[in-house]
Design a protein around this ligand. Structure first.
Ligand SMILES: C[S@@+](CC[C@H](N)C(=O)[O-])C[C@H]1O[C@@H](n2cnc3c(N)ncnc32)[C@H](O)[C@@H]1O
Length: 317
């Protein structure tokens, strides 16, 4: 089967501009969206299977429990739009529960990986249209050309929301509400606050897969932007910030560094870090408020027995 990935204006210079700007800040920063090239996407899939990474297993359990109830509320003939689809595994719970779903649109920045994921959905659900859209849902939301018929359902699992800043969350949720329209739905998965003893191993596993995932951004810069990072000079760090309620991923320089990216020279002192990702942990009220100010009402809120993770059904006002 040949799936054409509709590419929504994603170009190389955007990567270069963003990386050069991030490395020029006093706290060097790289946006987490660049972690997901093909190798990064595969490493993320591996992370989801690690014993320490409770996130995926817990969310899947909740989705298995609540999908029929959510589907009954949504009704037949739905179009599902997944933002950051990854391997498009969790959406199967919704597709199985919904009455005669009409279309599945998968948006992801990781083009090749997206093609594979949508191909497998198309093979397993021949009765629905499955459409990959390669693009950035945050900075340039792609135009989706949605069918006017049937309910529209956004799907944003994996606590990808926790990778965004407060402003980005509001902008994203408001944008999705605008894109999907009034009376649309959003199925949102968010990780909840818990002890650092559980959180840190989830982002710094014993097998070192998360470290490889984090360092892959340097591999990508070396390959795509003529970078000269020596990977052995950087170590993976996962740090819990109580004040910001988030796990931060950094790459710490083991000694003084000089490196080039796209012809520009950069310096780092020993111990200085490049901040690559935040994974914010939420409380229920906070999620309720973020949804509320962005045009959504929380109509269902479900957690697992341990209260580790929440899956919500939001309805557009
Ligand atoms: C944390 S993973 C979640 C994957 C999957 N939805 C799940 O729940 O397992 C985040 C996914 O979003 C994609 N992604 C991250 N930032 C993005 C952006 N700004 N635009 C489009 N896709 C993005 C990544 O490529 C990755 O597949």
């Amino acid at each position: 089967m040949n799936i054409n990935v509709n590419s929504a204006r994603l170009n190389h210079s955007e990567f270069e501009t963003d990386v050069l700007a991030g490395l020029s800040r006093p706290q060097k920063t790289l946006s987490p969206r660049w972690l997901y090239d093909q190798a990064g996407s595969h490493l993320f899939e591996l992370i989801t299977t690690l014993p320490e990474y409770y996130v995926t297993r817990t969310e899947v359990k909740i989705l298995a429990k609540v999908s029929s109830e959510f589907a009954a509320e949504i009704g037949p003939g739905a179009t599902i739009v997944e933002y950051g689809a990854g391997a498009a595994i969790k959406v199967r719970f919704l597709l199985d529960a919904l009455a005669t779903p009409y279309e599945y649109i998968a948006i992801d920045i990781s083009r090749e990986h997206l093609g594979e994921a949508v191909k497998s959905i198309a093979a397993d659900y021949p009765e629905i249209t499955a459409r990959p859209v390669a693009g950035d849902f945050l900075t340039r939301p792609p135009d989706l050309d949605l069918s006017p018929a049937g309910p529209k359902v956004g799907f944003f699992p994996g606590s990808t929301i926790g990778n965004l800043s407060d402003g980005e969350i509001r902008g994203f949720l408001t944008g999705v509400r605008g894109q999907l329209g009034a009376d649309s739905y959003l199925v949102l998965g968010a990780d909840l606050r818990k002890s650092a003893d559980i959180l840190i191993p989830a982002y710094d596993d014993a097998a070192g897969v998360t470290a490889r995932f984090n360092k892959n951004i340097l591999v990508r810069i070396n390959r795509e932007l003529d970078g000269t990072f020596n990977l052995d000079d950087f170590s993976h760090q996962a740090i819990w910030s109580e004040e910001k309620s988030r796990v931060e991923m950094h790459l710490a320089a083991s000694g003084d560094q000089v490196f080039f990216v796209a012809g520009r020279q950069f310096f780092m002192n020993a111990g200085e870090t490049i901040h690559t990702e935040n994974s914010r942990k939420f409380g229920r009220q906070e999620l309720h408020d973020l949804a509320g100010v962005s045009g959504w009402d929380m109509v269902r809120y479900a957690t697992d027995d341990r209260g580790y993770f929440a899956v919500m059904l939001l309805k557009g006002r």
